[in-house]
Design a binder for this molecule. Structure first.
Ligand code: PHE
Length: 443
């Protein structure tokens, strides 16, 4: 149970509440959702089973586990750990924004000018990525709190810290999002928001951008190809139902995304309704969805606005924290293995370095840098990291031995569907979308 909650804690994060809705909005609404489900079945669940198998069989962080498979694979684990580090450094800032929005929800400080509030007051956005513009001092307190919680949980260890935190945070988080979704979907106009999320625009079925976004979202959303699930499963007892756990973690996570999507789009539908415009017009794009458009939508809820604002941003904060912890745990576990050092020492040094690096994203150029890092870590780190992982493990390494290991402990067997997804479907789709993105970037 502790393991499932920790794995779900890693998977459920900003990706579900902040990233998923804007991916839907930017990629044709319902069609994105369909491709996302396809990606879940062909990449998400199979890779989750694969990573649980690797961690459980080889019992180490990602670099050590890969090294035990073959000395030639260790670098793959390190490349995933490095991507984790880059993600941690910007991810923590989004949590800090959410914390600061939680505070400002009390007095609805963002109500008058949601866009100005986010870009000027919170971010102090400069003209471009090369103009740092100084650290936003009001972000320092939330940033310090986020790092402190992260530090305490990891320092206390897997059982005493990480699992304990997940056991409290995850149920509370679900409850909060259910409350928002129920309230949202009973508001006038909510149906239009939900239609926007679910109605597929089939003309975009063959648009590779939709496929890249959906596959990228599955990787990011489920924390796969990030060293994390390998690390977490290395702590599992010998007798553990690996496929069962993978199904539970994946469906819980994607169910949560669905719930968060319903919460966000029903309230956006309500705002569109009260302004007499189409949902497309208010859905906004990118990062702004959770921090500009959604706060604006919340203020249309009247007397309940502060409460729902606080609920939403607290949910975002809690979801983010359990994921941040997992990202850092993956890196810390890898360093502990390699340097043969104690958890406590590595945690102190690692957190110190990461916290200092995150100050760069707390400057006025932070959003630009975040966008660039997010683009590279997701489109390349994930698609290529994930792609190389399935190619190496599926084709070069003896996949059958891993399959036998998984099936020897699991109730649901990983069969030919699993092998076919790992060997063919994921490499083909991830390879194609990855190359198309690369070509698009070069152009
Ligand atoms: N899965 C987490 C989310 O949805 C994010 C994450 C990405 C966590 C990468 C760990 C590694 O927000």
């Amino acid at each position: 149970m502790g393991f499932i909650l920790a794995a779900v804690g890693s998977a459920v994060g900003l990706g579900n509440i902040w990233r998923f809705p804007y991916m839907v909005a930017d990629n044709g609404g319902g069609i994105f959702f369909l491709v996302y489900l396809f990606a879940l079945l062909t990449a998400g669940i199979p890779i989750m089973i694969l990573e649980f198998g690797i961690g459980h069989k080889y019992r180490g962080g990602a670099p050590l586990s890969f090294a035990k498979m073959s000395r030639k694979f260790e670098w793959l684990g390190w490349s995933q750990v490095i991507v984790c580090f880059f993600i941690a450094v910007y991810y923590v800032l989004v949590i800090a924004w959410a914390m600061s929005y939680f505070y400002h929800s009390i007095s609805l400080g963002y109500a008058d000018d949601p866009s100005g509030f986010f870009y000027n007051n919170v971010l102090g956005l400069t003209e471009g990525p090369f103009e740092l513009g100084g650290i936003q001092t009001q972000l320092l307190i939330p940033l310090a709190i986020a790092w402190a919680i992260n530090f305490i949980a990891i320092y206390a260890g897997v059982k005493g810290g990480i699992e304990k935190l997940a056991k409290i945070f995850i149920p509370v988080l679900f409850l909060m999002v259910v409350v928002i979704a129920v309230r949202g979907s009973t508001l006038p106009g909510s149906a239009a928001g939900l239609n926007f999320m679910f109605e597929p625009d089939f003309s975009r079925l063959f648009d590779f951008k939709v496929w890249t976004a959906a596959y990228g979202q599955i990787f990011f959303d489920l924390s796969i190809a990030f060293a994390i699930m390998i690390t977490y499963s290395s702590y599992l007892p010998k007798k553990s139902d690996l496929t069962g756990n993978a199904f539970t973690a994946c469906f819980t996570n994607c169910g949560f995304s669905l719930l968060a999507g319903i919460a966000v789009f029903s309230i956006l539908g309500h705002m569109a309704h009260s302004q007499g415009v189409a949902v497309q017009e208010v859905a906004g794009d990118g990062v702004g969805l959770a921090f500009v458009t959604f706060p604006a939508a919340i203020t249309t809820l009247g007397g309940m606005a502060p409460l729902f604002g606080m609920l939403f941003f607290l949910a975002l904060t809690m979801a983010g924290l359990t994921s941040l912890i997992s990202i850092n745990e993956a890196a810390i576990a890898a360093l502990m293995d390699k340097l043969d050092m104690k958890r406590k020492k590595v945690t102190v040094v690692y957190t110190g370095v990461a916290a200092i690096c995150s100050l760069v994203i707390a400057t006025g150029a932070g959003l630009y840098i975040l966008d660039i890092v997010d683009h590279f870590t997701n489109n390349f780190g994930i698609v290529f990291g994930g792609l190389i992982q399935v190619l190496l493990v599926g084709w070069i390494f003896n996949l059958k031995s891993l399959q036998d290991h998984i099936n020897s402990v699991s109730e649901i067997k990983a069969g030919s569907w699993w092998v076919f997804s790992i060997k063919f479907i994921t490499p083909l789709v991830a390879g194609y979308t990855g190359i198309m993105t690369l070509v698009g970037d070069i152009k």
